[in-house]
Design a binder for this molecule. Structure first.
Ligand code: TRP
Ligand code: SF4
Length: 404
């Protein structure tokens, strides 16, 4: 049994929505590419989640899944270091979802902000379904199944990680109880050895008294890095940090993506549903054409009018793509009407084209050999299942279900 969070493990997922755009890249994917070299990472295509809002027509699902995987590889996710897979290839997600559904109060799901918001936003669809209500719980199962320490997501997903933590806590309280837990935990603290014992107590006190999560992380690392104690004691010590039961499903932490707000062509947030996107693998002519017509400071009507970069979505792209010298040039030229908007956009077009050209090159091999992608995803699913089975074995045992 190994119920500890896997030190530093990272897990995240994305719904397959077809080809990714620059907003997806700068808002999430680019961060994943960095993370894969710092932590053991699991990234998956959440195809079951796509069904919660798109159940009438599922015909595009295979294509969207394939395209998303190609985008990931094109952006630099490396299947040699990160585990890439598809949710529905790992049926353990469904079993854990079912088991967690038994202990999750309806009210917890009803009060998740995305529930009402999305129903209102997608009013043309009938989202009064069981599956849609259960969306955050399926996400909790996705996460808890891998016992990750970090879940990199944007602001919009924080509430889902929060409910995941609550569900984990409830599960551990219900099924992680053992007789004389506190006595056993106290004994385990002594096993840590002199200095480490007092350090553990100190960090635990800090976390419990003031919710200091840095102290919690330090304490977890202290426990996980100690190889003198037994696995059972390790799980007790991890559980004792947060409560009075064994941490069968440890609580994960949000790793907030440092998201530069990427504007779309019309100045609103870049989003598929607004039709204002530039694709990750868009061809150079199309990138240039789109950027040339992109919204600028509305007050700058004529070439001779001065502009304000603070009111211009193109400027926000400069913030993401341009170096300091280019930014100074654009800002000064804009404020003095020294340059025209097309001129201002030129270096930006070059940068975006350069980026998409790299992606297109990397994607080409996979587009020509779709079975390469399928193999990567099959291998990824096998690795994911190994990790998932370990957790489910512990979960089943704790619930007095088949404990093999
Ligand atoms: N709900 C996430 C989104 O829409 C996708 C997702 C599903 C996810 N399961 C997850 C993200 C688990 C992180 C962890 O973006
Ligand atoms: Fe925007 Fe550049 Fe035009 Fe100024 S010059 S309004 S920053 S595009």
């Amino acid at each position: 049994m190994s119920t500890a969070t896997q030190a530093g493990r990272v897990l995240s997922g994305m719904r397959p929505t077809g080809q990714l755009h620059l907003g997806n890249y700068h808002g999430a994917l680019r961060n994943w590419v960095d993370l894969q070299y710092q932590y053991p990472c699991f990234f998956f295509v959440a195809d079951w989640h796509a069904l919660t809002t798109g159940y009438e027509d599922t015909s595009m699902l295979p294509e969207y899944t394939q395209q998303m995987a190609i985008d990931w590889l094109a952006a630099g996710l490396n299947p040699g270091v990160a585990t890439l897979f598809v949710q529905s290839h790992v049926p353990e997600h469904a079993e854990l979802h079912l088991l967690l559904s038994m202990i999750t109060p309806l009210s917890w799901l009803e009060r998740v902000p995305t529930y009402k918001d999305q129903q209102a936003e997608l009013a043309e669809k009938d989202l009064a379904t069981y599956g849609f209500l259960g969306y955050p719980l399926l996400q909790s199962a996705d996460i808890l199944l891998y016992r990750p320490q970090h879940v990199p997501v944007g602001e919009d997903q924080v509430a889902h990680v929060e409910i995941t933590r609550e569900v984990a806590r409830r599960f551990n309280n219900l099924f992680g109880r053992e007789s004389e837990f506190e006595t056993k935990a106290e004994k385990a603290i002594k096993e840590l050895g002199g200095r480490n014992s007092s350090l553990y107590r100190e960090l635990r006190r800090k976390f419990q008294e003031s919710g200091d999560t840095v102290a919690l992380e330090k304490a977890r690392a202290l426990v996980q890095g100690n190889n003198r104690i037994t696995v059972a004691d390790r799980d007790r010590l991890l559980g004792f940090l947060e409560g009075s039961s064994v941490a069968i499903l440890p609580e994960p932490q949000v790793l907030l993506t440092p998201t530069p707000k990427l504007p779309g062509l019309d100045g609103r947030k870049m989003s598929k549903s607004y039709g204002n996107t530039i694709g990750l693998r868009e061809d150079p002519d199309s990138v240039a054409k789109k950027l040339k017509t992109m919204q600028t400071d509305p007050a700058r009507v004529r070439r001779t009018d001065v502009g304000d970069p603070g009111k211009c979505p193109v400027w926000q792209l400069h913030e993401v793509y341009s170096d300091d010298a280019t930014k100074r040039w654009a800002e000064a030229g804009c404020r003095s009407a020294g340059i025209g908007c097309l001129e201002c956009k030129k270096p930006l077009i070059d940068k975006v084209v350069e980026e998409s050209t790299t992606m297109r090159k990397r994607a080409q091999e996979y587009e020509e050999n779709p079975e390469l992608v399928r193999n990567i995803l099959t291998e990824g699913a096998e690795k994911a299942r190994d990790a998932a089975r370990e957790t489910l074995d512990d979960v089943r045992r704790a619930m007095h279900l088949r404990g093999d």
